[in-house]
Design a protein. Structure first.
Length: 341
């Protein structure tokens, strides 16, 4: 090998190798410190693109799962209110049974009526129950609220088993990360309080010349005053209290209480079915989230054992290259010795 002053090929190659080893060492350090195989987009452009989309879907899936769990909570609160309403109506039916005892006089029936009126007031308060300021119940005259109103309230008509039209309400819960109803949604039932607690005509055996119809068990005036008789006549003023509640338990037959209890049972059964469906959806979303995280990890996560071995290798190469650069730089000093220095 010739000895020159202007160039030192050995030192240049050694410096080049040192630079490569240093870059590889820094890359290994970045991967080990972050735990990611892809640190920069130029490490694996295609893999980074797939991982980015997977990560975005994971975040949307987590948000949808949170919404589904809130929907379950909504239904549970609604079911609790229905359970309380059922307990109230059961007590009313019990009072009605005791009031028709042949050994009870008019004063005894009046005492049962006092509790009956108070229980009606409690039913009226249950109608106003909300979850996070969102109504749990509705009445037939409630207006439909469509997007962009949030939360939207949908109104429809359904034919019951007796062939009668029933006004139904619902709120839509999206259950897919795409946000499209066609990909997945659940219709959460909003109980029509008026439909559940309607009585029809009161027991006319205890009322003279009463012309009312579609009486509701929970405060006729406060829920839907247009469908109930006014207190303009002396007969009607005896039927309702000043607050609009039915004034005597004897005006409601046992069969009417039984019908109300059956409708409460139906509403709770529908609520329970919706809860079970949401629980299954929550399980599916949880499984999807786990699989998405695994797919994302296969692309992004660094193999620590392999990367540690690479780090050790590059560390040795960096030290060796640095030593060789120093040795190569000494070659030029030979030329000075030849020149007599």
């Amino acid at each position: 090998m010739s000895i020159t002053l202007n160039s030192n090929n050995a030192a240049t190659k050694a410096a080049f190798n040192l630079s490569k080893a240093s870059d590889s060492l820094r890359k290994s350090l970045a991967r080990l410190s972050s735990g990611n195989r892809i640190v920069d987009s130029n490490d694996d452009p295609g893999g980074m693109s797939v991982a980015y989309k997977l990560n975005s879907r994971m975040r949307r899936t987590e948000a949808v799962r949170s919404n589904v769990q809130n929907g379950i909570s909504f239904l549970q609160v609604q079911d609790g209110a229905l359970q309380s309403a059922g307990t109230i109506v059961n007590r009313m039916a019990e009072l009605r049974a005791m009031a028709q005892d042949v050994t009870k006089n008019a004063s005894d029936a009046e005492n049962y009526t006092k509790e009956f009126v108070e229980l009606q007031k409690q039913l009226s308060q249950l109608y106003r129950e909300k979850f996070n300021d969102v109504s749990l119940f509705a009445v037939s005259d409630s207006e439909e609220e469509l997007p962009p109103d949030r939360p939207a309230l949908y109104k429809g008509v359904e034919v019951d088993e007796d062939g009668n039209n029933q006004i139904k309400f619902s709120r839509r819960l999206f259950t897919h990360d795409s946000g499209q109803a066609s990909d997945g949604n659940v219709s959460l039932g909003i109980v029509n309080f008026e439909s559940v607690f309607k009585l029809g005509q009161l027991d006319s055996r205890y009322i003279s010349n009463f012309s009312g119809s579609l009486v509701n068990l929970s405060n006729a005036n406060s829920i839907n005053s247009t469908k109930y008789p006014t207190s303009g006549s002396s007969e009607n003023s005896e039927v309702f209290t000043e607050s609009g509640f039915i004034s005597s338990i004897l005006f409601v037959s046992m069969g009417q209480f039984t019908s109300v209890i059956e409708r409460i049972a139906d509403a709770r059964a529908e609520n329970g079915a919706e809860q079970n469906r949401l629980l299954k959806i929550d399980g599916l979303l949880s499984s999807n989230l786990t699989n998405l995280e695994a797919a994302h990890g296969r692309i992004m996560d660094a193999d620590i054992a392999l990367e540690s071995a690479r780090f050790a290798q590059q560390n040795v190469l960096v030290q060796a290259s640095a030593a060789m650069v120093a040795q190569a730089n000494q070659i030029s000093s030979i030329a000075l010795t030849i020149l007599g220095r």
